[in-house]
Design a protein around this ligand. Structure first.
Ligand code: DX5
Ligand code: ZN
Length: 210
């Protein structure tokens, strides 16, 4: 599995297209941040701006939205491979997971920094992956919160073979502690996409953890 997944967070369709163009041939997976201005105080491009991107990349959609179930049909249309919704945003997480199963997505739940792992316990059997947030969701370039790292071993105790991702504040200073804590993958937004040389930045992060 690709261990550093570049993350694109933008409200500008041109910036999304440019980001995808830069990553083509260098990344298998791309993490796309979708926001509704309600679950988080920021908004993003619409899912359909992804166009045919799923023919080139494995796309994981990070839904930072209220009522995530309303977005699943659109995730299907654009060919998403993995979909992440927030436990905090769903009234009926088991129902969302059931719909995701029907659509054939890899099923992942995001956990805000203040949400304890224990809240996931009822759903863990249905999950393929968990995304531990190491910033409060909504923006790039925020400071990494090392206190969330203890969630990783807690999650492994709940389900040994679950895929664990970390999202927020990953850069050359923080990536080592993330992998030492046992994550399977980490999303890197600004450290890659806002770098003057995104491909070199991605390669550098990969080298640090290899
Ligand atoms: C934060 C998003 C992250 C973000 C990461 O709300 O979910 O995926 O794009 O960006 P950095 O790596 O800059 O924290
Ligand atoms: Zn994200």
């Amino acid at each position: 599995m690709q261990r550093i997944i570049p993350a694109i967070l933008t409200a500008d369709p041109a910036e999304l297209r440019e980001g995808l163009k830069i990553l083509k041939g260098h990344a298998n997976w791309v993490h796309v941040d979708i926001m509704d201005g309600k679950f988080v105080p920021n908004s993003s491009v619409n899912l359909f701006e992804l166009g045919e991107a799923s023919q080139i990349f494995n796309i994981e959609i990070h839904l930072m939205v209220e009522s995530p179930e309303k977005y699943l049909e659109d995730c299907k249309s654009i060919g998403a491979k993995r979909v992440i919704f927030h436990l905090e945003a769903a009234e009926n997480p088991a129902g969302v997971l059931q719909k995701m199963e029907e659509h054939g997505f890899q099923k992942e739940v995001g956990l805000n920094p203040s949400t304890p792992v224990s809240k996931l316990a009822p759903y863990v059997a249905q999950l393929d992956a968990v995304l531990v947030m190491s910033v409060n969701p909504g923006f790039q370039q925020q400071e990494f919160m090392p206190e969330v790292l203890s969630k990783i071993s807690e999650l492994r105790k709940l389900k040994q073979d679950i895929t664990i991702g970390l999202d927020g504040g990953i850069n050359e200073q923080t990536v080592t502690q993330a992998f030492e804590a046992g994550v399977d993958y980490a999303c890197a937004g600004s450290a890659v996409m806002k770098s003057s040389d995104p491909m070199a930045a991605l390669k550098h992060l990969e080298e640090i953890i290899s």
